[in-house]
Design a protein around this ligand. Structure first.
Ligand code: FES
Length: 154
């Protein structure tokens, strides 16, 4: 069955069952490997994207439930040549070790800054609390997000 889906500003026609997790469609059909498969159970946040303006665990939403909501993945923020300020701050602060959680961390930070451009440190920690990282780069991640929030006040 074909579904029309808007991802990173482009419309795609995807031939998949409506119950297919959005994560599989993004990675397997559209070749967007920013979102990662971590737990597949909605528990780790590695697969996060912004769907209809909300931070969403794409392993836990079915393609058929996306409807007309616009999907933004990590690839929709910036590129290697032209990174989004958050992507640049993560690089500058070396806010990754293995990097598996980085997609979710950056997308959660993006969702936070979209609704609160100047969050406090506590607000940053709270917004990222459910994004799991096994390497322990949390402090660097918080510094990266603070860096972007700080730049916005200048
Ligand atoms: Fe989706 Fe873990 S892979 S929350």
């Amino acid at each position: 069955m074909s579904h029309r889906i808007a991802v990173n500003g482009e419309l795609h026609l995807v031939d998949a069952a409506p119950e297919t997790p959005l994560l599989y469609v993004l990675r397997n059909d559209l070749g967007l490997n920013g979102p990662k498969f971590g737990c597949g159970l909605g528990q780790c946040g590695a697969c996060a994207a912004i769907v209809g303006g909300r931070l969403t665990r794409t392993c836990s939403i079915a393609l058929g439930d996306v409807g007309r909501d616009k999907v933004t993945t990590l690839e929709g923020l910036g590129s290697v040549e032209k990174p989004h300020p958050l992507q640049k701050a993560f690089m500058d602060e070396q806010a990754a070790q293995c990097g598996y959680c980085s997609n979710g961390m950056i997308m959660a930070a993006k969702a936070l800054l979209d609704r609160n451009p100047q969050p406090s440190e506590d607000e940053i920690k709270s917004a990222l609390a459910d994004q799991l990282c096994r390497c322990g780069v949390h402090n660097r991640v918080v510094r990266a997000v603070r860096r972007v929030a700080g730049e916005r006040t200048r």
